[in-house]
Every structure is written in structure tokens, then in C-alpha cells.
Design a protein around this ligand. Structure first.
Ligand code: S3P
Length: 436
């Protein structure tokens, strides 16, 4: 089983570039596939999750050229041009792929079956299946989990749906089905979630009206191919933001990161804790805002994280808990029960990993409470990542405040979101090495 051996260091710094945004890369493949004409994507994230989506689209007859690792040319087949894969579509570890694909395939003329790895086969799917059934889709799950069986040939009708959980995946699945529905589809969010689908649909010429958490999609007759530039993934940058804040002395700059405000809750949370983070060189990558992030060592203080920021930082909590463990005083996170149904139960996985490094954290039904300690609070120890990429990468960052070696087990899934993680970490000054 692949693992990392991480030796404590004192300094991190320099200039980094992290790979492309995962959420945007998935969406570029799905929308590019059902558009008309060639969609050219640069900055694509060539990670296992996105390659699962790519393979699924290819299995449904879409031609995709890859002039380089991070560049795609997707030959859109039009909204009615996909064809049956003839076999189950294996979406690996990717929750985004299976949720969004369920929505996209609900309105097709053919049947589909969606499966994945052992983690994905345990992820809740009724949150997506239920609203899609209300639209007229025929979808079966197994005890609410994959395999997802979609019966094609149904006519869908637009619905008004109040999301019971703040989930961009559910919102996006409904909107993708809404492309094929008769009438307008409206989704109302209980809290703001990432809006990449809305932005990209507009780029492809689809009418989407979003006012105060109420998003309405008018079904288009066609989607028009586009050129897309994928910014660096804020969720990958988050690990180095935390390392840069916790390590001594140097300035760390992360270049060209997507700073869509529906993704950057971590910046606000860390700001409340006293972090010195600056966004510079603002620009746009198509519909998405981008900037360089400057990180300076900071003395953090514990806080009660405002619940309104939780959905805006949902993937960053593994990294955040490492920062919180080094902050002066108590940190409390509530309203974050969604963390229990990610690639692992991230509340349980983080608390047991923190315990292995000598930090007591109390798991709450919907969050965590822990008392941080400035200085070097982490002992060495062995962490089980539970096959969760973000748990593995978060604990590598603890090495900037550790007194002994940290061994992180079961790290192969880092490749689902961050190919080249070890090399980028080493270039920042972290002593992470793959170990057998
Ligand atoms: C994602 C949405 C989030 C996030 C996931 C990617 C997306 O999930 O955790 O990594 O691309 O839409 P939820 O929307 O279900 O919280």
C-alpha cells in the first residue's frame, strides 16, 4: 500500500503552481461533450477523477484529443448525440462525476449504469435521484447508493426544487437534467455553493438566471462549443496555504489560482484567525476569477467557524483542522455534517489522525472541537488516510509543526485530485517522500 514518509521541516516558501481545478475540469468535459463543435480546454486537471469522466464521455462516443497532458479538444456531439456505452460507466473515486453524470444521463434516450470504487459505492445517491425522479427520470439505486441505474427515454419536466443540503453536486445534477427538460428548472440553495456549472453554462450559451440563491435554467435548443481556461485548483492550493501560514520565515506564492468566491471560504476563515493572506495579480480565466495567493507565516487564534462559510470551504476542512491544531485557543466547527459523506468520514478520519499526532479533538455530530497549541504541537506518528486524498495531503502539512516523522498510509488516491503532489510539496520545501 502506497504511503508517504514526511520528515519535519521548519521552512516552506518559494513560488508554486498547483494543477487545474477539478470541479471545472469535470464540467468542461461534460458540457464540451454535449455542445456543438470543438471545445478547447487548457489547464485541464489530468487526475484520476477527471480521467474517469473523460473515459465515460469517450465510452459514449465523444472524440477527445489531448495535444498535451493538460490540454483537451473535445468534439461535441450535440445535446442528443451521446450514445449508450454498452457497459457500466466506472467513475472511480469521483463523487462529482457520478452525481453530475446521473443528471446529464437522466434525460438521454438510452439506459446507463454508473459504478465506482469501494468508496464511491458507499456515497449517498438519493440526494440526486430523488429530485431527478420528480423531473420524470427513472433511476434506481441500491439502498440509496451506487450502482445507479438510469432508464433512458423518459421525458423530463422542469421543477422547482428546494435543496435540502447545500450541495453543488446536487444543484448541478438537476441543472444538467434541466437541459433536457420541458420548461424552466429552478433550484433554491439553503446556502451558497460553488457556481461553476452556472458560469460554464452561460459560456456555452445557455440561459441561467441566478438571484439570491435561486437559480433558474431555461432549456436551450443547443449548446455552443467554447474555449475554456481552467485555473489552478483552490482546493489543492489550500494545503500549501496552511503550510505557508504555519511554517517559519519565508513567503510562499501560489500562482494562477481560481478564487471564485463560492470556493474561497477558507481565506475568510483563516483571515478571522489572523492569517496574513494576500491576493495579487487579479485576472480572469474566462468566466472564473484568478489571482496569485501570497502566504506569510502567521500567528493564528482559534475561532468558532461561522456556519455560513462552511459550504464555501467544504473541501478545505482537512487542511483547516491542521491549521486549527496550531492556533492559540479553541476552534469549533459546526454545521459541517456533510464532511461525514465525502471520500471518507472526514470528521472521524481527521480526529483519529490528529490523535495519532498527540492532539485531542472532539468529534461533534456536525463538526469538531479542538484546542490548538502554538509551537510544535504534533508528535511524529502514523496516519491512516482511509484512502482519502485530502486527508493524506493535509497530514503532510503537519510536518511544518511536528517533532517527529509522520508516516501517512494509503495515499494512492492523492492521484485522484493532485497528480505531482509530492514534487510540488518538495519544491515548497516539505520533506515528503513516497515510501513502500
Ligand atoms: C463539488 C462539490 C462539492 C465538493 C466536491 C466537488 C463539485 O460536493 O465537495 O469535491 O464539483 O460540484 P457537494 O456539492 O456535494 O458538497
Amino acid at each position: 500500500m502506497a504511503s508517504y514518509s514526511v520528515t519535519p521541516v521548519e521552512y516552506v516558501g518559494g513560488e508554486l503552481k498547483v494543477p487545474g481545478d477539478k470541479s471545472i475540469s469535470h464540467r468542461s468535459l461534460m458540457l464540451g461533450s454535449v455542445a456543438e463543435g470543438w471545445t478547447h480546454v487548457t489547464g485541464f486537471l489530468a487526475s484520476e477523477d477527471c480521467l474517469s469522466t473523460m473515459a465515460a464521455m469517450q465510452a459514449m462516443g465523444v472524440q477527445i484529443e489531448r495535444p498535451s497532458l493538460t490540454e483537451l479538444r473535445v468534439q461535441g456531439v450535440g445535446m442528443r448525440g451521446l450514445r449508450a456505452a454498452g457497459k457500466p460507466l466506472d467513475l472511480g473515486n469521483s463523487g462529482t462525476a457520478i452525481r453530475l453524470m446521473t443528471g446529464l444521463l437522466a434525460g438521454q434516450a438510452f439506459d446507463s449504469v454508473l459504478v465506482g470504487d469501494s468508496s464511491l459505492m458507499n456515497r449517498p445517491m438519493e440526494r440526486v435521484a430523488k429530485p431527478l425522479r420528480q423531473m420524470g427520470a427513472r433511476i434506481d439505486t441500491l439502498d440509496g447508493k451506487p450502482p445507479v441505474r438510469i432508464q433512458g427515454g423518459q421525458s423530463l419536466t422542469g421543477i422547482h426544487y428546494d435543496l435540502p443540503v447545500a450541495s453543488a453536486q446536487v444543484k448541478s445534477a438537476i441543472m444538467l437534467a434541466g437541459l433536457y427538460a420541458d420548461g424552466v428548472t429552478t433550484v433554491v440553495e439553503p446556502g451558497v455553493t460553488r457556481d461553476h456549472t452556472e458560469r460554464m453554462l452561460l459560456t456555452f450559451g445557455c440561459r441561467v438566471d441566478a438571484v439570491r440563491g435561486r437559480i433558474s435554467l431555461t432549456p436551450p435548443t443547443r449548446l455552443e462549443a467554447s474555449s475554456l481556461e481552467v485555473p489552478a485548483d483552490f482546493s489543492s492550493a489550500a494545503f500549501f496555504i496552511v503550510a505557508g501560514l504555519l511554517a517559519a520565515k519565508e513567503l510562499l506564492v501560489i500562482r494562477g489560482v481560481g478564487i471564485n468566491p463560492t470556493r474561497t471560504g477558507l481565506l475568510d476563515i483563516l483571515g478571522l484567525m489572523g492569517a496574513d493572506l494576500r491576493l495579487v495579480n487579479h485576472r480572469s480565466a474566462g468566466a472564473e476569477p484568478v489571482a496569485d495567493i501570497e502566504v506569510r507565516p502567521s500567528h493564528l487564534k482559534g475561532i468558532h467557524v461561522p456556519e455560513g462559510l462552511v459550504a464555501l470551504a467544504i473541501d478545505e476542512f482537512p487542511a483547516f483542522f491542521i491549521a486549527a491544531a496550531c492556533a492559540a485557543g479553541e476552534t469549533v466547527v459546526t454545521g459541517a455534517e456533510e464532511l461525514r459523506v465525502k471520500e471518507s468520514d472526514r470528521l472521524a478520519a481527521m480526529a483519529s489522525g490528529l490523535a495519532a499526532l498527540g492532539i485531542d479533538a472532539e468529534v461533534l455530530p456536525d463538526g469538531m472541537r479542538l484546542r490548538g497549541q502554538p509551537g510544535r504541537p504534533f508528535s511524529g506518528g502514523t496516519i491512516d488516510s482511509h484512502g482519502d486524498h485530502r486527508i493524506a495531503m493535509a497530514f503532510a502539512m503537519a510536518s511544518v509543526r511536528a517533532t517527529g516523522k509522520i508516516r501517512i498510509l494509503d495515499v494512492a488516491n492523492v492521484a485522484t485530485s493532485f497528480p505531482g503532489f509530492v514534487e510540488v510539496a518538495q519544491s515548497a520545501g516539505l520533506a515528503v517522500v513516497p515510501a513502500p
